[in-house]
Design a protein around this ligand. Sequence first.
Ligand code: G3P
Ligand code: MG
Length: 249
Amino acid sequence: MHSLPPWPYPFWIAHRGAGKLAPENTLAAFRAGQARGFRMAECDVTLSADEQAFLLHDATLERTTDGHGPTAALPWSALSGLDAGAWHGPGFRGERLPQLSALADHARASGLLLNLEIKPSPGRAVRTGEVVAREAARLWVGLTPPLLSSFETEALQAARETAPALPRALLLKRLEPGWLDTALGLGCVAVVGHHGALDAAAIAGAHDAGLRVLSYTVNTTPEAHRLRAAGIDGLITDAIDHFDLGAPV
Ligand code: G3P
Ligand code: MG
């Protein structure tokens, strides 16, 4: 049995900044999550055509901005002018896509801890892993390092080679055969599993191998109770105004 790695992160993590209460992956979202007591947020980081790291979930722009087409087709000069808030509600009109550097500035000023999900556009896993890791290592100097996570093993391997000291986590939609060996082979400190894929045996197996276990996206009290009883180390949630963060679930 291995010992578990040091863990500077809190149990509760706000998904995409503030779940559904503010436009996801914007600075307004991080502020909304923090206003409700969250000390850590998950967000999605991708690359512009000219390899600037910025926050967006989708590979296309339509759902969460007033832009059109593939995210990776536009340079940052074009992306930076898009409205990333009006789709959510008129009160957020004018909210911009944040560069990773703007998020780091916010983290430095406010103490927010981050889980940066490396979210490559199709075909750009290696380069996205490299750039996000390089920028995270540079921007978070002197702060608690962000936890880098990804579904894409190539992105995590590239992040490892670029900034080996930054902690990494493998995202898992389901527990395919070999999932634990894959995470260990990438030098991860954690796995982040879909809540439906995790039970006490899987969590104990990961703990025995020296990995922490987080889960996404956990939005109900019974599921939070189940996972806490099963030994989970942290929960990523959209339900940022539902849980009592100060009480054991
Ligand atoms: O990082 C956990 C979760 O964000 C993964 O799914 O699609 O919401 O980025 P998704
Ligand atoms: Mg995500």
